[in-house]
Design a protein around this ligand. Structure first.
Ligand SMILES: Cc1ncc(COP(=O)(O)O)c(C=O)c1O
Length: 397
């Protein structure tokens, strides 16, 4: 058939290279896939393993990322989502029913905390908060309606580390579905499925992407039987990741090991310097030998992560002065990228918590969270030292 230029401009042949193959996973930036066989189209819509029909269901670039993360986490399958919150909501909504009871760690990412508050108000899903330090905390809060245990490997923002293996074992023994947010640890420091987690969630926006240029989430399932219902739910929810975001995350994964080594080393260096500074009351980083979680963290983590927090003696006024005075590190609400980012949790990520909630989560008005980036550590410390001097001189607010 002789086609008009208008039609030929649309129906450009799609390259199918051979006998070579691309070295890097290509971006399949397409929302739909065409078929010559209608039965194959129906099959692909019904089952993501049998082909690609529509990118909300399955996309080759996104599947390459899902397979890579299932492999790194030691899981049976993975579903990538449009953000970390998309992953968290997809897991919670797929596992919980009205009237269920959840047990969750108190020191949680603020967005997750807000979701639990909403689930309680909207669906009567009550949440009991525990410190999440040891398994004995579970017994007193268990109820017949208890359905799910929710933990973070390294908690946001204080980098608290509980006895994850023991808590997961106790949760499973009690018949709970166990979910771990492994964002801060990444599968290079911890693989919660090996310790008994049913689901692992990530904000890949952070270390997995690693360059502060992508928003994406991932859910990894431990057991193959859980994959299909979760995939169906996430697909119906419309939580799908965009192929370009999946591609950026795949690119980030290639340097994850190198980056994590540097993030952890810089965190150790800055934690030591901060702990010796007069303007600082307390440093929260489990790699410090006198940190209360040091022994348990050492028992199951090969590294202590790239996020630390510290409490400025001068409270909120000092905190505001410190973040305003920085010249290299940036004030921004994310973490896990090449740039060192700082945040004042009480006024930002954890603003949902009242004074009692902040206290229970270990956050003060002078707490600063630091996501240690990849810059030269001496430049970072020089920047922190000058900003600490400004914070010390700040009038009390
Ligand atoms: C531990 C943790 N989980 C989940 C999220 C949410 O991820 P996203 O912002 O990609 O939705 C964040 C975001 O900061 C986080 O720190």
């Amino acid at each position: 058939m002789r086609l008009h230029p208008e039609t030929r401009a649309i129906h450009v042949p799609v390259p199918e290279p051979g006998p070579s193959r691309p070295v890097s996973v290509p971006i399949y930036q397409t929302s739909a896939f065409s078929f010559t066989d209608p039965a194959a189209c129906a099959d692909a819509l019904a089952n993501p393993a049998s082909g690609h029909a529509y990118s909300r269901y399955a996309n080759p670039t996104t599947q390459a990322l899902e397979n890579a993360l299932a492999d790194l986490e030691g899981g049976a399958g993975a579903v990538a989502t449009s953000s970390g919150m998309g992953a968290i909501n997809a897991v919670l909504l797929s596992q919980l029913r009205a009237g269920d009871h959840v047990i969750a760690q108190r020191c949680l990412y603020g967005g997750t905390f807000a979701v639990f508050a909403d689930l309680a108000a909207r669906y009567g899903i009550e949440v009991s908060y525990i410190d999440g330090r040891d398994a004995a905390e579970l017994g007193p809060v268990l109820r017949p309606a208890s359905r799910l245990l929710y933990l973070e490997t390294i908690a946001n923002p204080t980098a608290a580390v509980g006895d994850l293996p023991a808590l997961l074992a106790a949760g499973r023994a009690a018949g709970l579905t166990t979910v771990v947010d492994n964002t801060f640890a990444t599968p290079l420091l911890c693989r919660p499925i090996e310790h008994g987690a049913d689901f692992v969630v990530h904000s890949a926006t952070k270390y997995l992407g690693g360059h502060d240029d992508v928003t994406l989430g991932v859910i990894v399932v431990g057991d193959a039987d859980r994959f299909r219902p979760l995939w169906q739910h996430a697909t119906d929810l419309g939580a799908a990741a965009d192929p370009f975001a999946s591609w950026l995350t795949l690119r980030g994964l290639k340097t994850l090991a190198l980056r994590m080594d540097r993030h952890c080393a810089t965190a150790g260096f800055l934690a030591g310097q901060l702990a010796a500074h007069a303007a600082v009351d307390r440093v929260h980083w489990p790699g410090l030998p006198d940190h209360p979680d040091h022994d348990i963290a050492t028992a199951f983590l090969p590294g202590f992560g790239g996020v630390l927090a510290f409490d400025l003696a001068g409270g909120r006024a000092a905190g505001m002065a410190f973040v305003s005075a920085l010249q290299v590190a940036l004030l921004a609400p994310s973490l896990g990228g090449a740039e060192t980012l700082v945040l004042h949790p009480a006024s930002t990520s954890h603003r949902q918590l009242d004074a009692a909630g902040l206290h229970a989560a270990g956050i003060t008005e002078g707490t600063i969270r630091v996501s240690c980036g990849l810059e030269h550590p001496d430049d970072l410390w020089a920047d922190f030292a000058q900003a600490l001097a400004v914070a010390q001189a700040a009038p009390a607010g």
